[in-house]
Write a protein that binds this ligand. Structure first.
Ligand SMILES: [Zn+2]
Length: 271
């Protein structure tokens, strides 16, 4: 038991010191970050994401766009734009997905087309994060190797082989300056990743994908039992806490239902 704890402590220390990877002091080279409302998920049963919860629930769906030099980096693509035209939203056994404003329209409001996105970073490959993947066929995909190699239930690849892709195995400093860092957080899916972003005024912010779904789950360190691996999910929460501390970073939880009220959305931005 003792040995296991020591091993775990050692592993967590390694993980915690893995970010930032660069030996140079990290720079806040992200000029601005926009938040987009990428839909809403009404859940029939909140306990599917929050063990112990009772009754219905809801999740926000947030996408993030960063400007770094000449590059535009999008983190996740949300629910698919076509859902906006479905009366009453898209129904699934778990609940209803709705889109009030398309991602394409929100990009246009800040003067961009999907083709202007140079890097598409995906937290993972679940449908509420890749709903608009097809719009970004010309972007370089940035996905953990474990996620990229993970076949769908039909045994097929989740990504098109012709799309240019960067597939790191573990933490990765995207521009080599510590301003946009992939933080490997497996558990919800095999190759889930968070994104650590540095802004000059706002400071460091960690974006979550589905490593945690709500603020209450973060506070109580609860993870959904439906996750790919519960032990990996719990280890990733520990790693996130260490990375947040080390980088004095805020945690922005993309599915947290109160997120839209707490933050400004595009065309306003964080710098
Ligand atoms: Zn999700």
């Amino acid at each position: 038991m003792k040995q296991t704890s020591l091993l775990l402590a050692g592993l967590l220390t390694c993980l915690a010191t893995a970010v930032p990877a660069s030996a140079q002091p990290a720079k806040a080279n992200v000029e601005k970050m926009y938040l987009f409302d990428c839909g809403n998920i009404a859940l029939n049963d909140a306990s599917s994401f929050t063990p112990g919860a009772a009754g219905p629930g809801s999740l926000a769906v947030t996408c993030y766009l960063m400007k770094h030099g000449q590059s535009w980096v999008l983190f996740d693509t949300g629910l698919g734009d076509p859902i906006i035209d479905m009366p009453g939203g898209q129904k699934s056994p778990a609940g209803v997905w709705t889109v009030k404003k398309t991602l394409t329209a929100q990009l246009a409001e800040v003067g961009l087309k999907p083709a202007d996105v140079t890097h598409l970073v995906l937290s993972h490959s679940h449908p509420d994060h890749v709903g608009n993947l097809a719009l970004f066929a010309s972007s370089t995909l940035v996905v953990q190797k474990a996620e990229y190699d993970w076949k769908d239930p039909m045994g097929m690849s989740r990504f098109k082989p012709e799309q240019k892709a960067i597939t790191p195995a573990g933490d990765h400093d995207l521009f080599g300056d510590g301003s946009v860092t992939l933080v490997s957080t497996p558990g919800h899916s095999p190759g889930h990743q968070n994104l650590l972003v540095r802004l000059a005024k706002t400071g460091a912010v960690m974006l979550t994908g589905d490593s945690v779904h709500t603020r209450a789950n973060w506070d109580s360190k609860r993870v959904p039992e439906r996750n790919f691996s519960v032990p990996q999910s719990l280890a990733s929460l520990e790693k996130m806490a260490a990375v947040l501390k080390e980088n004095n970073a805020q945690l922005w939880i993309g599915h947290e239902p109160s997120e839209p009220a707490r933050h400004k959305y595009a065309p306003a931005f964080y710098d």
